[in-house]
Design a binder for this molecule. Structure first.
Ligand SMILES: Nc1ncnc2c1ncn2[C@@H]1O[C@H](COP(=O)(O)OP(=O)(O)OP(=O)(O)O)[C@@H](O)[C@H]1O
Length: 260
């Protein structure tokens, strides 16, 4: 089943055409990576797919229904957007920030019950945040704050995940853990995800389908084995990329092999 589709989507921004004629079909159980150099439109695409940037009526459909026809509350239950930079605004504790993720699921009076408390507790434990529950966001490291943003989306429990560089600031253990969690979640809950990444190796390991955005406005999409090839990535990033065999997946490296 298609959870997100686009028809001839296009976007001009910053005086440039970022993409044209973009037809996407993101199905249940799929994790997509969007890759491309700085400024090619990865964040802009995610913003457009969520409705933060305009698109023609019917050009974006979620589960078959045009984006503009979704009531906002239903939409908030269906999909989550994880932004690249987290706005901190008013001082807030970790627990309260993560609890905000429950809001689309609360009843008319917005009362938080034992079920929501338990959900927050479980997600905090998964993200190694239990000990920080009472701390202010302003007092956290960049990686800790990023884990809080991911935790809030996990509590929101959407079917469709749109995540802009979710691994920003995360150490390798937490990157791996979160990507594994997302993949598992998408498979077991019949969900789907589209994730903007700079780490090609995470894409090669955890994503099924890849969308490449080129600086000249062109794009390529397809199965990860077909798209993620050293020659394609070299041309995408205008930087030499090599490839070696990893344990069950390819490993890419930047630059030419060293002399030793
Ligand atoms: N608010 C804005 N107003 C006008 N132009 C913008 C705005 N935000 C981004 N742009 C421009 O849109 C283009 C795409 O930016 P975008 O942030 O989508 O790229 P990106 O692929 O996510 O880059 P990065 O890898 O650096 O995160 C860039 O040329 C950028 O300068």
């Amino acid at each position: 089943m298609s959870l997100l589709s686009t028809a001839q989507l296009a976007l001009d921004r910053g005086g440039r055409t970022l993409y044209r004629h973009l037809d996407l079909e993101i199905r249940t159980g799929e994790v997509w990576a969007v890759l491309g150099p700085n400024g090619t439109g990865k964040s802009s695409l995610l913003q457009q797919l969520t409705g933060l940037l305009p698109s023609p009526p019917g050009a974006i459909r979620l589960a078959g229904r045009a984006l503009g026809d979704w009531p906002s509350r239903e939409l908030a239950r269906f999909r989550a957007l994880i932004l690249q930079e987290q706005e901190m605004g008013v001082p807030m504790r970790v627990w309260d920030r993560v609890l905000l993720g429950c809001h689309p699921h609360l009843g008319l009076w917005g009362r938080v019950g034992a079920e929501e408390q338990a959900r927050v507790q479980a997600v905090l434990a998964t993200m190694d945040l239990s000990a920080l529950a009472g701390r202010l966001l302003q007092e956290l490291s960049g990686g800790e704050r990023q884990r809080v943003a991911l935790a809030a989306a996990m509590v929101q429990a959407p079917r469709l995940w749109l995540a802009d560089e979710p691994n920003n600031h995360l150490d390798p253990r937490h990157q791996l853990r979160w990507m594994e969690w997302l993949r598992q979640r998408v498979i077991t809950q019949a969900g789907a995800a589209i994730v903007a990444l700079h780490d090609v190796n995470l894409a090669a390991r955890f994503c099924d389908r890849i969308l490449l955005l080129f600086p000249d406005g062109n794009h390529i999409q397809g199965d990860r084995r077909q798209v993620l090839q050293a020659s394609v990535l070299t041309s995408l990033y205008d930087c030499p990329v090599g490839q070696v065999d990893g344990p069950g997946f390819p490993v890419f490296y930047w630059g030419r092999p060293g002399p030793d």
